[in-house]
Design a binder for this molecule. Sequence first.
Ligand code: DGJ
Length: 708
Amino acid sequence: MLATLPLASFDPHLGLAVLRTPNSLYALRVGPDGSPRHLHWGAPLDTAVLAQLPDAVSPAASSFEADAAADELAPQTGPRFGPAGLQVRFADGTRGAQWRFTGHTVDKGELRLCLTDRRYPLRAELCYRVRPGSDVVERWVELTHTSPADGDAGPITIDRLDSASWTAPALADYRLSHLVGGWNSEFQLHRDRLPVAETVLTSRRGVTSHQASPWLAIDDGTATEEQGAVWSTALAWSGSWRITVHRDAVGRTTWTGGFGHEGLHWTLRPGQSLRTPVFAGLHTPDGFGAASRAWHSYVRDHVLPEPGREMPVVYNSWEATGFDVSHAGQVRLARIASRLGAELFVLDDGWFGERHNDRAGLGDWTPRHQAFPDGLRPLADEVHQLGMSFGLWVEPEMVNRDSELYRSHPDWVLHSPTRDATELRNQLVLNFARPDVETWARQTLDRVVRDYRVSWLKWDANRAFTEAGWDGHHDPDRLWIDHTRAVYRIMDRLRADHPGLRIEACAGGGGRVDLGILARTDQAWTSDNTDPVDRIGIQYGFSQLHPARTMAAWVTDSPNTATGRSTPLRFRFHVAMAGALGLGGDLTAWSDEELREATELVAQYKRIRPLVQHGRQHRLEGTGGVMAVHYAAEDGGEHAVLAWRPTTRFGHQPAPLRLPALDTSGCYLDVDHDRRHSGAALVHRGIDLRLPPGDYASRLIRLRRVAP
Ligand code: DGJ
């Protein structure tokens, strides 16, 4: 019997560390200068082969060349002229670390390499973790000032502390896939040839951002959805971040990333430690589709707080009522929503304080008397009687100047006393790094959840940080880390104290979606843009890293409020059914025919929900402008295909849509039309879509594997 190889191992004689995943292997070796260097990331290799591999030295090594070795975390000393993963300054002004390798620990899938500075009281632990069944390697760093806390050693200044540096193997060329965008246009996938330069992907906004996502993929320029080697990484952090990708002129590509943007400094006092967020990496040999599926399983099994949970069909009243909320109006919507099959009713912005519009009330988390004279309990009770659970929108990190909270605590906001504080959407950011603000927020949310019988919080954040000072604090830049950590702590605590509570991450749409926030939320509001045509592109980008179960997708009114485009109800549904379906329109204005059709489509979604939310996702591109997504059950028994054709061109009939994920030896039944197809035909020839004529055509196809 073959002995199972350990997930993580370290050979002290060879200085060789190995992380094994089901389909890949990650290896590094401690260099002669005590600094761990990258060795291999790709197909599994024997340890004997790894031991013989030469160091990954730059082919052009000379006294003038940069980066003689590919560091696992470049420490800013020696002949290293690329982006440093660690930048420190000691009390005497000396910069950079020079390491001694001082030991390791291995505990199941977790490996820690301990590095101690040769001269100064600094220790770094480079940490690696692999999980059974996943190809993802998780990495982070723990940095410690090792002088006794009560001693008189000076502080160490940290100018940069990345979670990890990654190295791609030598490839003929390099291409970078990354996600960019803005409000209403998040998650646009860009695939660009990587320039011979340093390319910075970053957010300086205090939140993950709409503009860039902390995810990337590298390939040699030839990978497709179905073929080709891909190296991909994702940072689990919801504040400012920076990833620098460095392609040098002689053929090496490395990237280093972590929390914080350039120009921030943190102080490590004697006895203190700083731990970075996880920067996770994944190698797959089978194209971008396989990379996404591997990420999806990892997120579902190892990131989300409740793996295996199904997301309810939500009705959210924001697009219907805006700030014009009232008990009667919400009850009217709730009654229709429950008839359509919604399982959760969420009251959005406008229910609290003096929140008649976005100029007042943020921070005052008690029901607006005019709108809810008897409080929120009667609405919660009514929603429960209708068989739905009750959810509320909150934006705890923000405050309007026109609020009781700001009048009582003007010093609680991020500000620099000598600078004007910029208002965005008429609001300021509360400094959650302050323990008193964190305590207030936790207690307030605890009360809201308890008093109004809330089982779903939509946690929003509608602006970025500006003038982010912390007057009087000895280490003011800590707020860029500690604010995010406080958000995490509060979410974790709320979940622990209220076991039924679910949280939806939101930041003006998809401004804070990353693996850090998803570790304590159940899904993310993808974008304020609910136009189905735009959503196809947004959802395509979102799916590169995130599983469909986390992708909140509502059907809203037509014409769409963001784009003004009119689309048929069925098309809107079919696009939204590719994620966690929700309804967000003004249901009181829908015709009887629309309500009937919507009821049927919600029921249809519930039938395919286990596949969409827990199955394997295959992105497909047809011809004639067709885009599609195929969800397959893990055991290959059940399948759902959603196909969309936003626009049609005369004479361009889409060819049959190939379904390459099916088994060529299988036989499949189209359950809704009682037609049988051979797997070989569906894989090689494709399925006839029979799309209705005209623009905004769409179809849901359900297939079941049957005996031939
Ligand atoms: C931004 C969110 O993305 C919207 O869905 C809505 O909740 C508004 N904020 C409310 O102000």
